[in-house]
Every structure is written in structure tokens, then in C-alpha cells.
Design a protein around this ligand. Structure first.
Ligand SMILES: *Cc1c(COP(=O)(O)O)cnc(C)c1O
Length: 385
């Protein structure tokens, strides 16, 4: 039996395990000092003023949108090439996701097409830093300011990446909030986990109450005094807390982020060099001057010219021990979105042209030279036009 090479995999060392075990041996398991330490470390790493760690990236997206208190019927703009969670977080809050076609080079939403989708109901723009390469945040922020929209960056793929000005993703220089995910396929992991960063104190306080049932235990905020109560619920929140167990892993992982980024970049350089010039194959585009921590390596294959379907090609890769994945089916074509929001295939041509050809090949820090070579050989064998 051959060992399968997955498209992504977590990176766990003994010190990560030790960090988790030491919390398990202590007295406090759920949200406590270790979560606060993890949040502080994310602030220091990104440069954001405030950070809130939560149960997963979807929860981070949900409370980020909820914290804006947008009226039902508001519209929010996002990219169709993302995980469904991005757009779903708007639906949770009564906001209608409106999609903008992607840029055919970076596969991020096309900045120049955003304004065409803005109307009097539009109050939110949610760019997704696809595969770890940042969107043009300076321009997006300017459009948002001109139309009085909030900006939430979905940086689930992009921890460790830099903006064009060299500063770190998550510093919220160009947005109201940024979210991260620490799912095992992402660059650093806490098992399940996520975070929201912001520089806005009022938003931060709102996020804190939303994370924990809308409850406050701050005596200064109690309204029913002098009735003796230990906490009061002032809004409808959730239980989206992260545990200290997860935060211990997160703290340990964050220390390795630069090392993990370097390992990923090394593999990318090898792929770029070995795979260029193959007929019918398009390699990822990287905008000049960006220092991206790539989460995915997405190739485009001209399946029509190859004369095979993507499914057949994925099976051929699998037979050679290489697992591949599709990132992503355009969100608006999901059956739920077609049924509930009347979106349809054909709505966004560049998105669909990308989707027809995309395939993510293995990229994770512990890939051995032998595994990298197996992937390269498989591509050279399979993609012959
Ligand atoms: C993974 C991911 C999410 C959701 O994160 P979870 O931690 O899995 O809830 C959101 N947006 C994008 C772009 C993602 O890749």
C-alpha cells in the first residue's frame, strides 16, 4: 500500500504536546489566563490593539458581523471563491451576501468590480485573502470609506502574510476587524479555533459579550443594582469560548509561524521552478512586493485540452499517492444559495472559468523532498498535452 500525500496537514512537535499537557495538569481548562496570553501574543504578532480568541473561524466571522448590529435587509459584499462560512456569517445576521466576480490572476475578489454591486443597502465588504495572498486592502478600504461600509477581512488563509506596505495581516489598518481560523489545515492550528482582531475598543467589548451569552459580570455595567446579581445578560450572545487547552497549542504554534512560513515558501519555490513551462498548466500568480504565507498551492489545468475530466485527473493523482482538493465551488452555486437567494450558474464568468480548472496540490511544512518529487512527477506524468 502506498502512503497518501494529503493536500494539507498540521505541524505538531513535542513542545506543542507539552504545552497542552501542562494545561491539562493544571486547574483551569476552559477560557482563562492561557486564552488571554494567546490573544496578547496575536496582538503582538499582528500589531492589532485587541484580539479575541473563539471556538472556530466561523464563530469569529459570526460575531464579527453580529457586532456591527446591521439592520435586517442589509447587503454585504464578498468573494464567491471562499469557504461557505464567509457568506454564511452574513446570513446568520440577516445580511444578504452579494458576490463580486474574482480577479483572474490572484483569485481574490476583483477590486474594480466592487462598486458596481454597491447600493443603498450595502454596509459591509468582506474580502477573503485567498490562499494567503492579500487583497488590495488600500483600495478596498477607500471604497468602503466612500460608501460608508464596514470592512471585515477573512484572513483564515493568511496569518503570517503581509500587506503591500510590509505590515502584518490582522493589524486592521485597512479594516474594522480581521478574522483567523486555526483549523488543522490552516497555517497554525489549535485543533478547532479562531480569532478576531480589531483596533476599535467598542467593537472589542461587543465581541467579548457576544462570545459569552451577551453576559457581563462587570459591576459597573449592572443595571439592576442594588439587586444582588453576579451577572446580567444584556444582549443575545453565544458560547463561542476557546479553551485554555486550545490556546496553549495556539501559543506554541504561533512561536513557529515564521519557521512554518519559510518551509511553505521553500516548497513553493521548488514547485514554481519544476512545474513552469508545462503545456496546459497555470501556476499560482504572486503579486510583486507581497510577502505571502501561502496556505494553498492552486494550479489550473486545461482539462478540455487534456481531454479528461477533473474527477478523472484527481483519481489518477490518487493512484500515484497524491491527494488533491478543489478550493472552492463558487458559494453562490451551492444548492442552498440557489434556492434561498436565487443565484445561479453563469452569474460570475471569471469565477466559473477559474472553478473549471482549479486544483490544489499538497502543501504543508513537513513534506519531504521525496514527497515533493512524487507530486512533481505525478503532475508531469498526468498533464501531457
Ligand atoms: C477555514 C475557513 C473558514 C472557517 O474556519 P473554521 O475554523 O473552519 O470555522 C472561513 N473562511 C475561510 C476562507 C476558510 O478557509
Amino acid at each position: 500500500m502506498i502512503n497518501m500525500i494529503p493536500y494539507g496537514k498540521q505541524f505538531i512537535e513535542q513542545d506543542d504536546i507539552d504545552a497542552v499537557v501542562s494545561v491539562l495538569k493544571g486547574t483551569h481548562l476552559t477560557q482563562g489566563q492561557t486564552v488571554r496570553d494567546f490573544e496578547q501574543a496575536i496582538c503582538e504578532y499582528t500589531g492589532a490593539k485587541y484580539c479575541l480568541a473563539v471556538a472556530n473561524g466561523t464563530a469569529a466571522l459570526h460575531i464579527a458581523v453580529a457586532a456591527l448590529d446591521l439592520p435586517v435587509g442589509t447587503e454585504g459584499i464578498t468573494s464567491p471563491i471562499t469557504f461557505v462560512a464567509t457568506a454564511n456569517s452574513m446570513l446568520y445576521c440577516g445580511v444578504k451576501p452579494v458576490f463580486v466576480d474574482i480577479d483572474s490572476l490572484s483569485y481574490c475578489l476583483a477590486t474594480e468590480k466592487i462598486e458596481k454591486q454597491i447600493n443603498s443597502h450595502t454596509k459591509l465588504i468582506m474580502p477573503v485573502h485567498f490562499a494567503g495572498q492579500v487583497c488590495d486592502m488600500k483600495k478596498i478600504n477607500k471604497i468602503a470609506e466612500e460608501h460608508s461600509c464596514y470592512v471585515i477581512e477573512d484572513a483564515a488563509h493568511a496569518i503570517g502574510s503581509n500587506y503591500a506596505d510590509g505590515s502584518k495581516v490582522g493589524n486592521c489598518k485597512y479594516s474594522d476587524m480581521t478574522i483567523f481560523s486555526f483549523h488543522p489545515v490552516k497555517t497554525i492550528t489549535t485543533g478547532e479555533g479562531g480569532a478576531v482582531t480589531t483596533n476599535d475598543k467598542a467593537l472589542y467589548e461587543k465581541l467579548c459579550t457576544l462570545r459569552s451569552h451577551g453576559i457581563t459580570s462587570d459591576p459597573a455595567k449592572m443595571t439592576q443594582c442594588p439587586r444582588p446579581s453576579f451577572y446580567e445578560m444584556h444582549s443575545l450572545g453565544f458560547n463561542y469560548r476557546m479553551t485554555d487547552i486550545q490556546a496553549a497549542l495556539g501559543l506554541s504554534q504561533l512561536k513557529k509561524l515564521e519557521k512554518l512560513k519559510e518551509s511553505r515558501r521553500r516548497i513553493i519555490e521548488i514547485y514554481n521552478k519544476e512545474l513552469c513551462g508545462i503545456n496546459g498548466l497555470i501556476l499560482p500568480f504572486e503579486r510583486k512586493g507581497l510577502d505571502s504565507c501561502f496556505h494553498l498551492y492552486v494550479i489550473k489545468i486545461d482539462f478540455k485540452r487534456l481531454g479528461k475530466s477533473r474527477r478523472e485527473v484527481m483519481e489518477e493523482f490518487k493512484a500515484k499517492g497524491v491527494l488533491t482538493q478543489v478550493h472552492y465551488t463558487p458559494v453562490y452555486t451551492q444548492p442552498y444559495y440557489q434556492k434561498e437567494l436565487a443565484y445561479k450558474w453563469g452569474d460570475h464568468p471569471k469565477t466559473e472559468a477559474y472553478y473549471e480548472q482549479c486544483l490544489s496540490i499538497p502543501l504543508y511544512p513537513t513534506m519531504t523532498d521525496e514527497e515533493i518529487q512524487i507530486v512533481i512527477n505525478a503532475i508531469k506524468d498526468i498533464i501531457k498535452i
